[in-house]
Design a protein around this ligand. Sequence first.
Ligand code: SF4
Ligand code: SF4
Length: 182
Amino acid sequence: MLESFPLPIDGKKVMVKPNIVVRSKPEQGIVTHPSIVTTIMAQISSLGPARIVVGDNPNTDGYGENEATMHETGILAAANGCYENIGTHAFPVDSNPRFFQKLAISRAVFEADFTCTREFIGAILKRRPQINPQTCEPCDICTKGCPMSALHLKSIPSVENDKSDVCYCCEEVCQTRTIKLA
Ligand code: SF4
Ligand code: SF4
């Protein structure tokens, strides 16, 4: 899998975002397995990035328990000193007021030149943001939340597929479920 993924990350800031979901043991198979994180960290480190940050926020049941969740899932050890609590470094952006006044965007995700791990899989599957013109409001939140500036709002957002690194931010911030990576 790693051989088929282009990794132009020399000198770049890389965000590794395993899906930690909830406090659980690796053998339960709920979260990204730490062995995957170990493998990815070794691969990324060998390619000369300027910085690697490993982090995620657990879902609402475990929100705020980032360190405990990372520890129990084994990902804290797999992060090899690169773990950062991305929940403590977030900044608010305006949201669609029909749903929320503000959304918190993690600074580590936003400032990264390159993010993985879901996009390792996404890129290999060649997923790209698909926008449903029937449901777009358009509120412009996805364009502001795109760390790669790959979305541009006209009457509805359009995607520069070459720029998208398949980070899923647009799908996650869209409150009308207009964007799906497919
Ligand atoms: S796709 Fe979603 S977030 Fe983007 S402008 Fe449309 S409604 Fe807003
Ligand atoms: S998945 Fe969406 S938010 Fe992420 S880089 Fe691509 S267009 Fe931007």
